[in-house]
Design a protein around this ligand. Structure first.
Ligand code: PEP
Ligand code: MN
Length: 376
C-alpha cells in the first residue's frame, strides 16, 4: 500500500527534486531519520513505496543529496535530469504488486482478468455483464462512465450516472471497478467510485492528468499512448509515481502502424520488454489492440504466454449491439470459453489464473438471469 505522509500539496512539476531510494525492507526508524534531514532544511517531501523500497521524494539540491547519501539505509540519492528512475528497475529492486482491494492483486505472479463493457450503458445490461463475467471467473470489472470518443457525435458515456451504476454492481458482485478519468476535473469524482483509475491512450501524455490521478493515491491503469515508445510510456508512469503513488499498472493496448486490417497493432513484444525494464506490472488489452472480436481470444492467449500480469477485455451481454466498440466486444459465452482455455494454459506456463470461485449469491443471481433470458 502506498503511504503518503503529510502531503497537502504535492511537489510542483518544476521544483528541483531529490529522489532518495532506501535499501529494500528497511527499518522504519531509518526512514524517519532520512525524513528528518528534509525537515531540517524545511523541504517539502513525501514518502512512498515503490516495489520493495521506501522512496522519499522532496525538494532538495546537491548539498542535501550528498548529505543524505552518507546516511545508513540510503541506497541512492539522485537529482534526476530526466528519464524515469522510479519506473525503471535500475535503482529499484523487487516487483510492484498492485492491490485493488476485495482480495484482487495485479503483479503477484497470477493472471488477473478485468472484464466488462467498453461503456456503461444501462442498469440491467451492466448487471448482466458483471454477474456473467464474475460467474466465469473475472477478478475485476471494467466499464467506462466517461468515454473519450474520437467523434463528438458518438455516445460519450453516462458520466456520473455510470459511476453510480458501477458502484452498485461492484457492491453486489464484490468485483473491484476499473474506470477511466478523461480529464483533471473529473478525477476527484471518479476516484470516489473507482478502485482503479484508468488513463486512456489518448491521454497517455496528458501530464496534468497523470499528476492528478497520481495524487489520489488510488491504483492507476496507464494505457500506452498509441503513438508512444516504451520509454515515453515509462516516463508517463514516472509522473504518477512522482506523486508518491506506487500503484501503477501499465497496459499495452496497441500502437499505430501502417497495417489497416486491424484497428491497432498489438505490440506483444512490449510485454517482456517492459518487464525487463520496469518493476511495474503490465496487462494487455487485446480488445482495443485489435478492434476485432475474433482476434481477442488468440491475442489474449498470446499475451498470457508473453508474460502479461493481466488482461483487460471488452465483454458485452449482447455484443453486437454495444453502443461503443461493438466490433471488438466478445460475448459472455466467448469470455467463458477463453477463461476455460486460460485455466488450462496458465498451469502449463507455470502460473495460475487468478480465478475466483463465484460466491453463492452471485451464482444464484446469474442462474436466475439466465432463466429469465431463456424464458423471454
Ligand atoms: C477503453 O479501454 O475503454 C479505452 C477507451 O481504451 P483506449 O484508451 O486504449 O482506447
Ligand atoms: Mn472501447
Amino acid at each position: 500500500m502506498t503511504l503518503v505522509i503529510e502531503i497537502d500539496d504535492p511537489p510542483e512539476a518544476d521544483m528541483p527534486t531529490l529522489v532518495v531510494v532506501l535499501e529494500s525492507d528497511i527499518d522504519e526508524a531509518l526512514v524517519i531519520r532520512v525524513q528528518e534531514q528534509f525537515a531540517a532544511v524545511a523541504s517539502r517531501h513525501l514518502v512512498c513505496r515503490v516495489a520493495a523500497h521506501e522512496v522519499i521524494i522532496g525538494e532538495g539540491g546537491p548539498l542535501l543529496a550528498e548529505h543524505v547519501r552518507s546516511l545508513p539505509g540510503v541506497a541512492a540519492a539522485l537529482l534526476p535530469g530526466d528519464g524515469a528512475p522510479l519506473a525503471r528497475r535500475d535503482l529499484v529492486s523487487g516487483r510492484t504488486v498492485v492491490d485493488l482491494g476485495n482480495g484482487v492483486r495485479i503483479g503477484d505472479g497470477s493472471l488477473t482478468v478485468i472484464a466488462g463493457p467498453c461503456a456503461v450503458e444501462t442498469t440491467a445490461g451492466l448487471r448482466a455483464i458483471a454477474l456473467g463475467v464474475r460467474a466465469r471467473g473475472a477478478a475485476a470489472l471494467r466499464g467506462g462512465a466517461y468515454k473519450p470518443r474520437t467523434s463528438p457525435y458518438s455516445f460519450q458515456g453516462l458520466g456520473d450516472a455510470g459511476l453510480h451504476l458501477l458502484q452498485n454492481v461492484s457492491r453486489e458482485t464484490g468485483l473491484p471497478v476499473v474506470t477511466e478519468a478523461v480529464d483533471v476535473a473529473s478525477v476527484p469524482q471518479v476516484a470516489r467510485y473507482a478502485h482503479m483509475l484508468q488513463v486512456g491512450t489518448r491521454n497517455a501524455q496528458n501530464f496534468a492528468l497523470l499528476r492528478a490521478v497520481g495524487a489520489t493515491g488510488r491504483p492507476v491503469l496507464l494505457k500506452r499512448g498509441f503513438g508512444c515508445t516504451i520509454d515515453e510510456w515509462l516516463q508517463a508512469a514516472e509522473y504518477v509515481l512522482r506523486q508518491g503513488n506506487g500503484s501503477v499498472v501499465l497496459c499495452e493496448r496497441g500502437i499505430r502502424s501502417y497495417e489497416p486490417s486491424t484497428r491497432f497493432t498489438l505490440d506483444l513484444s512490449a510485454v517482456p520488454m517492459v518487464k525487463h525494464l520496469s518493476h511495474l506490472p503490465v496487462v494487455v488489452d487485446p480488445s482495443h489492440g485489435t478492434g476485432l472480436r475474433n482476434l481477442v481470444t488468440p491475442m489474449a492467449l498470446a499475451a498470457a504466454a508473453a508474460g502479461a500480469d493481466g488482461l483487460l477485455l471488452d465483454v458485452h451481454h449482447d455484443a453486437r449491439t454495444a453502443r461503443c466498440d461493438a466490433k471488438q466486444a466478445i460475448t459472455l459465452e466467448e469470455f467463458g470459453a477463453l477463461m476455460n482455455q486460460l485455466s488450462r494454459v496458465m498451469p502449463a506456463l507455470g502460473r495460475s489464473l487468478a480465478r475466483r470461485e463465484p460466491a453463492i449469491a452471485v451464482r444464484v443471481a446469474a442462474d436466475q438471469q439466465h432463466r429469465e433470458r431463456v424464458s423471454v
